[in-house]
Design a protein around this ligand. Structure first.
Ligand code: TIU
Length: 219
């Protein structure tokens, strides 16, 4: 059992039963010209976490832990994208429209790929998810159960949208979740700060938070 200095108190985990879950570190959110920018966001904020995410990913691989990558991705015919989602937000480009990096949030398009610095390798799970949460309509829970996973360490973007939704889904399914605070980012810094606080509030009502230095030390 490894132990990490975390908020609101120590997070203990056994590597064999813990997965590193990297949420939506894809070009659509992090690079100019993708979905994030079409929503009116400054994407440069998100790029800043890439080195910290990469350090954790490399250490986790070296330690032999399971890695899960997610992508927010819809089928080319958009049959898994409810109109309510496509029409939301009045973006300059909608999901499925042709953008500078291919069709926005469509599986297989250049903008939908995970950024090269964090690209999956053989043996890692890659989950295409039609929702904000990693568990909705993906089969992820069953895949984790089949591998005996009980604890999840989260990184990725954006903190208050896909990361928080996934942590809450995981929490309701009985996982203990830890968010690495320097490996997640939002287009809105005050939303990130509020999310981190609300996750570990009330005695870890959603989960734990810690910096990656503490995880790296434990590994
Ligand atoms: N817009 C925003 O903050 N996020 C998303 O649309 N998806 C994810 O968080 N991945």
């Amino acid at each position: 059992m490894k132990k990490i200095n975390a908020q609101p108190f120590e997070f203990g985990f056994d590597l064999a039963h813990t997965a590193l879950v990297i949420i939506d570190m894809q070009r659509d959110f992090i690079e100019p010209g993708g979905f994030g920018e079409t929503l009116g966001n400054d994407v440069s904020l998100l790029e800043a976490i890439v080195p910290a995410c990469q350090a954790v990913l490399l250490a986790w691989r070296q330690a032999g832990g399971l890695v899960v990558h997610t992508r927010e991705a819809h089928r080319p015919d958009l049959s898994d994208c409810p109109p309510a989602k496509r029409n939301r937000g009045n973006p300059s480009l909608r999901i499925g429209d042709a953008g500078p990096m291919g069709r926005i949030l469509v599986a297989g398009e250049p903008g939908n790929q995970i950024i090269p610095a964090l690209a999956p390798v053989a043996g890692e799970l890659v989950i295409d998810k039609p929702g904000k949460g990693a568990f909705y309509a993906t089969g992820l829970h069953e895949m984790l159960q089949a591998r005996g996973i009980t604890h999840l360490v989260f990184m990725g973007v954006t903190t208050e949208v896909c990361v928080q939704t996934s942590m809450r889904e995981a929490n309701d399914r009985g996982y203990d979740g830890l968010l690495l605070t320097d490996c997640t980012e939002s287009y809105f810094p005050h939303f990130k700060a509020a999310t981190v606080e609300m996750i570990h509030a009330q005695g870890a009502i959603v989960g734990w938070t810690a910096t990656s230095a503490h995880l790296l030390a434990a590994l």
